[in-house]
Design a protein around this ligand. Structure first.
Ligand code: PLP
Length: 241
């Protein structure tokens, strides 16, 4: 099967990132584009990698397990959905970056499993800065405590922060949240823990990556704009984590 549309979608998003960065005076090479492959089959994912995608993300452990062996290229794997403590063991040897660390308990289990396989697991802390109720992510006031706890976990490296914007149509509201996240991200450099290394601020999806880039994101997670619309039912499930 041919996936010509993938090629044009990937060219388009890369051109757009380039244009936005040019306007902002930012280096587009410093922005990581992640293809969000949830609900898509390995054949399509492989085709997207052939067209330049270097990083892929799933939001469910089960989908990573199901697809892992069928992705025939070397690629960086990201977990972007909520991670239950009892499922860490299934993905610890598979994912390069876990975006969704949202409790000390989860970090402890990652530490435990990573140490067993002598891995240093890169993670991001998921922070919920929105004022409305969201299911996952720590409130920003808890960030210092979480970092302090993780500083004693030698098999974890905190590489930055992740944020999922609330589903609102108001781009100025989004901007406020993204700006808040950027401030928090910048504050990471004031910690002297040896395993805190602020490299990535993961925020921005198909509908809001431009605002996210304007506010300092350097890692964007793009699903529909690359792979097309997901099926409605799965889409809903995906949003619920
Ligand atoms: C699905 C998903 C995305 C991608 O969403 P699109 O709107 O399809 O680009 C990004 N981040 C997370 C956490 C997701 O679950």
């Amino acid at each position: 099967m041919s996936y010509e549309y993938l090629k044009s979608h990937i060219v388009e998003i890369n051109e757009d990132i380039f244009k936005i960065c040019d306007r902002l005076g930012r280096n587009p090479d410093k922005v990581t584009l992640i293809g969000v492959t949830k609900t898509y089959e390995p054949e399509i994912i492989n085709a997207s990698i052939e067209n330049g995608i270097t990083d892929i993300a799933e939001n469910r452990v089960q989908e990573i397990i199901r697809k892992f062996d069928d992705i025939i290229y070397k690629v960086r794997w990201h977990l972007i959905g909520h991670l239950q403590t009892n499922k860490v063991k299934y993905i610890i040897d598979k994912v390069d970056l876990i975006h969704s660390v949202d409790s000390i308990k989860l970090a402890e289990e990652i530490q435990n499993r990573a140490s067993k396989i002598e891995k240093i697991q890169d993670v991001l802390i998921q922070v919920n800065v929105a004022n409305e109720i969201q299911k996952y992510g720590i409130p920003k006031t808890e960030l210092p405590g979480v970092l302090e706890a993780i500083s004693k976990m030698p098999n974890i490296r905190v590489c930055g922060l992740m944020n999922i914007a609330p589903l609102v149509d108001d781009s100025e509201l989004l901007r406020t949240d993204f700006r808040e996240m950027k401030k928090l991200f910048d504050s990471l450099s004031s910690y002297s823990y040896s395993n805190v290394m602020p490299l990535y601020l993961s925020m921005g999806m198909s509908g809001d990556y431009e605002v996210a880039l304007e506010e300092g994101s350097n890692m964007i997670r793009i699903g529909t704009k690359i792979y097309g619309e997901r099926m409605a039912a799965k889409n809903k499930e995906a949003h619920n984590g």
